[in-house]
Design a protein around this ligand. Structure first.
Ligand code: DAH
Length: 348
């Protein structure tokens, strides 16, 4: 009987040592120590022994059972440790490693430039107005005194919207003048900036570009006011108080008289050559840059929006922003604006 107990013990300890999962240990526990297990059989057979043997063998049996129960618990613990070790190995993470920085975009230089312009104009009391990119022929052309046979309406220039009658991608920001005046009484002092579109694409033109429109209407507004505003704004933009402006007569249907506004070249300051005597490439040695279209608002345009053209006068101007940004920040390729390469955009 004693040897049977010893045999059962060594047998169980051997298999227990090899048991490599919680479930196998559990199976062994049931098989040997369970209520219907092999040890119970031994206990049951104790009753057939002499009283003397019952005591000694019974004691041994109890001790062995306890020993085996301890061994089972130990094996459970060992397996659990091994499992935790495995998890630690597989799933470890170093919380002190610096995180990965998310890639953050950057505001486009043209957007920044527009914000700067808003500030410059706000200081002179100009409000900011806006209008839609998709515009009707009525606002983009008719109300601006541009007759149907004007070159600006030519199929070459204008993107017409398919299946939408009389609808275009605005070719200029000037329609905002009309929209604003229709809904406001004078005095008017606004700028409008945004995207404009023309069928044009080469090294110096892109089909989408940006314009700034200015409009001031009140009693007694004169060309002197236009000149003062244009000169001040250009001096602010180029951060150069020595900038001068000159007006050349030109034609835009919505102004009379109409003119081109030039300013002295911000690189050579009107000399045509830079300090070491080399010819200025920006202004092609002429000393002036063509910057804007402008004029006194045509009386017909004022009448179109219901203003009394005998009482009110006004000036308007329009500038291309992309070229201004290129001049100010010395950018030599228009395409840099559209590639959205962060290495470029982040520099500003
Ligand atoms: N809208 C004109 C263009 O795109 C620019 C312009 C010229 C705007 C004269 C004006 C202006 O307001 O008075 O070519």
């Amino acid at each position: 009987m004693k040897s049977k107990i010893e045999k059962l013990k060594s047998e169980m300890l051997t298999v227990l040592k090899k048991a490599d999962s919680h479930d196998t240990v559990r199976d062994l526990e049931i098989k040997y120590l369970g209520r219907k297990g092999l040890f119970v059989d031994i206990m049951k057979s104790l009753k057939d022994l002499s009283d003397e043997d019952k005591r000694t063998v019974g004691k041994l049996a109890n001790e062995t059972k306890t020993e085996l129960e301890v061994a089972v618990q130990k094996r459970y613990a060992e397996l659990e440790m091994a499992e935790l070790g495995e998890i630690a190995e597989k799933e470890w993470l170093d919380v002190t490693v610096p995180g990965k920085k998310p890639l953050i975009g950057h505001r486009h230089l043209i957007s920044k430039f527009m914000d700067d312009l808003e500030v410059i104009f706000a200081k002179m009391g100009f409000a900011v107005a806006g209008g839609p990119d998709i515009e009707t022929e009525h606002y983009c052309f008719n109300q601006l005194n541009i007759p149907p046979d004007h070159p600006a309406r030519d199929m070459q220039d204008t993107f017409w919207i398919k299946n939408l009658k009389d609808t275009v991608l605005r070719t200029q920001t000037s329609p905002v003048q009309i929209r604003y005046m229709e809904s406001h009484e004078p005095p008017v002092r606004i700028i409008a900036m945004g995207r404009t579109f023309r069928k044009d694409s080469d090294a110096t033109h892109s089909p989408m570009f940006h314009q700034l429109e200015g409009l001031m209407v009140d009693e007694n507004v004169s060309m002197a006011n236009l000149k003062a505003v244009m000169t001040h704004v250009l001096q602010q933009i180029f951060e150069d108080p020595s900038i001068k402006t000159r007006f050349r007569i030109s034609y835009f249907p919505f102004v009379e008289p109409g003119m081109e506004v030039d300013c002295t070249c911000p690189i050579c300051h009107g000399d045509g050559k830079i300090s070491d005597g080399t010819p200025c490439r920006l202004c092609k040695q002429c000393g002036w840059l063509e910057i804007a279209g402008a004029g006194m608002v045509h009386p017909q345009v004022l009448e179109n929006v219901g203003y009394d053209s005998k009482k009110y006068t006004g000036f308007a101007f329009g500038l291309g922003l992309d070229r201004m940004v290129m001049i100010k920040y010395r950018i030599n390729h228009l395409r840099l604006f559209f590639e959205n390469d962060l290495r470029f955009i982040r520099q500003f």
